[in-house]
Design a protein around this ligand. Structure first.
Ligand code: MN
Length: 251
């Protein structure tokens, strides 16, 4: 898109192809075809090398590391695939990714692949055998993925809200067993969300652990006053958090 001027066209084509090499192989080809600036033949071999950007009038309008295509090439090759490129200066380019496609699955694999995805648990009925559901309310993506990975690995089910409003909505619809509530979040902060959650009789007893970068005693008291059961200051020590969660869920 960067290298196709306004008014140009970019097409994504996906098709099944049979290649006759040593033996017939089935492939899926993803082709991205543009009507952009095109690439001179002498530059094509350079294009998939890391940190190289072809110099040209349009290129210079855009910053970049020159890593995108070399990463694509390496990832595709790790999947046993191939990248390809045909291009003509001023006319456009066609980038292809060919991935090997296994069509004769053993029946067991097909059976697994089409097994129905289980429905999410209905909020009204609580399955006593299912693992505890933890709501993470947090606006920082890195924290979300760290907490999610760690808690899922410890057997919890996770739902994520990215601000206070979402936290309230998800608490109502999913009745989590425990809530981790970041305090500083956009739209509605954690303290306001905790107060509103506590006003709902159905949610009043859910344990809430406040997570915050603030670390003063008065901040701790603010969280408790708002209705949090406990308070953990960032950076979060995952093991301590896990122990705290367990103490609420298995008192
Ligand atoms: Mn935050």
């Amino acid at each position: 898109m960067k290298f196709t001027p306004t008014g140009g066209r970019i097409t994504l084509e996906v098709k099944h192809i049979e290649l006759q090499q040593m033996h017939t192989q089935s492939w899926i080809r993803f082709a991205v075809i543009d009507t952009g600036i095109g690439i001179a033949p002498e530059n094509i071999p350079k294009l998939f090398q890391p940190f190289i950007q072809i110099d040209g009038a349009l290129n210079r309008q855009y910053a970049g590391t020159g890593l995108g295509l070399s990463l694509v090439k390496r990832m595709v090759e790790l999947h046993g695939g191939l990248v390809g490129l045909t291009s003509e200066l001023g006319i456009g380019s066609c980038f292809t990714i060919d991935l090997p496609c296994i069509t004769d699955f053993p029946s067991a694999i097909i059976h697994d692949a089409i097994a129905p995805i289980s429905e999410p648990p209905a909020s009204a009925s609580v399955n006593i055998n299912s693992s505890p559901l933890v709501l993470i309310a947090e606006d920082n993506e890195a924290n979300i993925s760290t907490l999610t990975d760690y808690l899922e690995a410890n057997g919890y089910r996770i739902i994520v809200a990215m601000n206070g409003e979402e936290a309230i909505t998800l608490s109502e619809t999913h009745q989590p067993d425990l809530i981790l509530m970041d305090i500083q979040m956009p739209f509605m902060d954690g303290l306001s969300a905790i107060k509103l959650i506590r006003l709902n009789p159905n949610l009043a007893d859910i344990p809430i652990i406040a997570l915050t970068a603030l670390a003063m005693d008065s901040d701790r008291q603010k969280c408790i006053n708002a209705g949090a059961n406990e308070y953990i200051s960032k950076p979060i020590k995952l093991k301590a958090l896990s122990q705290m969660i367990q103490s609420f869920l298995n008192p």
